[in-house]
Structures are given as C-alpha cells and as structure tokens.
Design a binder for this molecule. Structure first.
Ligand code: HEC
Length: 218
C-alpha cells in the first residue's frame, strides 16, 4: 500500500469507530413521542373527520404497545370483558334482516371521510369486502380476515329462527358490534360500538352471512 492508501485506510477506520461509538452511546430516540408529534402535525380537523380519531382507547393503546405480540392472558381477558359489556343486543330481539341490503352494505366502503357532508346524511357502508371474501362472484376482496363464504352453512344454520341457531346469531351479532369482545386486539372495525352501523344495517349484514337464502350460503 502507498502512504496515501494507508492514510485513507486509517481515516476510514477512525470514522468507523466514531460511528459505532455514536450508535452505542446516543440515547434511543423516543419513537412513540416522535410518531405522536408527526401524526399531530400531519392531520387536522376537516368536515366530519376530526383529529380526535387518533386518540386510542385502552384496548388500542395496549395492542399498540404489544407491537403484534400476544397480550398477557389476564390483560386480554380484562379488555375482552370490557368490550363485551359495550354490546347491545337488537332492541326488538330481531337479528336477521334482508340479505340483499346486506350485500350492498358489505361491498360499500363509503363513509366517515371529510367529503361526506355529515354522518347523518351519508350512511356508512360496512366495507366487509375489503377484509373478507363474501361471495365467489366478487371481482376482488381482501384477506385480512377469514373468508365468510358459507359462513352460516358451515355452522349448520338451516333455519335462522330455530332455537339451535340462537347461539351463533348472538356470537355473530356480538362480533359485528364489538369485535374486541372475543379478541382484544382484533383488527376488525367495531361497527356497533363505534356507531359506524345502525341496528338495521347490522341485521341486514347478519342476513347476508347467516340466511340460508343468501348467496353466501348457497
Ligand atoms: C379491516 C378489516 C375488516 C373489516 C373491514 C371487516 N372485518 Fe370481519 N374480521 C376481520 C378480522 C381480522 C377477523 C378475524 C380476527 C377476529 O376474529 O377478530 C374478522 C372476523 C370476522 C368474523 C368472525 C369469523 C369467525 O369465523 O368467527 C365475522 C363474522 C366477521 N369478521 C364479519 C364481518 C362483516 C360482516 C364485516 C362488514 C360489516 C366485516 N367483518 C368487516 C377484519 C375485518
């Protein structure tokens, strides 16, 4: 090696040690605080879309903290129990509506954006297709959630009014109302709890996945 090359090599070595030193001794940035700051400066209230949507409730906060790892059993159970308490069964005791209306809702991802005049004038869609397969005729669907094709049939629902169907009706209603009741860190929107869908809409979606006449179960 020439002197010049040697000098260069030495300089690189010094730089490498200095960099390694920085990485070892610099305090780890507070990524949570930085993220919160970035979110706060990137979003603003507009129309019906308000920045308070970024505030996490207890379940969301615990699940973010766990970073995808399972929660301790006790904590998961406590959050699920709290979620279960929020669930309201349908006022008139009817769980099943019109699957045709449910089908439209399942394929409709509209609602909740600042261009929607108001939550009162723009009914939200259910957006189910974005995460679930519903019907084999769909052009596209997401796979974040399990396929709902044959949901009722696979669970033996031949008659939605039969007493034997009752437990699966209650389970499914609860799942739609507040998915965290059975899975603390569920990624499914809490349609009833968050006021995204009303009882009639939920009944129509129940019909879509449970009624033996619906294309989901034929
Ligand atoms: C953002 C994604 C997402 C959307 C939108 C969504 N789901 Fe889900 N859903 C999930 C995930 C993930 C699961 C599985 C994990 C769990 O149970 O929480 C699930 C589970 C379910 C289950 C339970 C399945 C079982 O076998 O027990 C039902 C029923 C269901 N979803 C129905 C619906 C309906 C109806 C809609 C539309 C109104 C919908 N979901 C919208 C993500 C979603």
């Amino acid at each position: 090696m020439s002197t010049r090359q040697l000098t260069r090599a030495a300089l690189f070595a010094v730089a490498a040690v200095a960099l390694a030193g920085c990485a070892a001794f610099a305090p780890r940035p507070d990524y949570d605080a930085l993220t919160a700051q970035m979110m706060k400066s990137s979003f603003r209230d507009q129309g019906i879309a308000k920045v308070d949507r970024l505030q996490q409730d207890a379940a969301n906060a615990e699940c973010s903290k766990a970073e995808g790892k399972p929660l301790p059993d006790d904590l998961a159970r406590a959050l699920q129990d709290a979620a279960l308490k929020t669930v309201k069964m349908p006022g008139d005791g009817r769980f099943i509506g019109d699957w045709r209306e449910g089908e439209k809702l399942a394929q409709n991802g509209r609602g909740m954006t600042w261009t929607d005049a108001s939550a009162a004038t723009t009914a939200n869609g259910g957006n189910c297709y974005n995460c679930h397969q519903i019907d084999p005729k769909e052009i596209s669907y997401g796979t974040i959630g399990p396929s709902l094709y044959q949901y009722g049939k696979n669970r033996g629902v031949a008659d939605v009014n039969a007493p034997t169907a009752r437990p699966i009706l209650e389970y499914t209603w609860t799942k739609l109302y507040n998915a965290k009741a059975y899975n603390a860190c569920s990624g499914m929107p809490r349609f009833g709890h968050a006021g995204l869908l009303d009882e009639k809409q939920m009944r129509d979606l129940m019909a879509l996945i449970l009624d033996p006449q619906s294309p989901v179960n034929r």
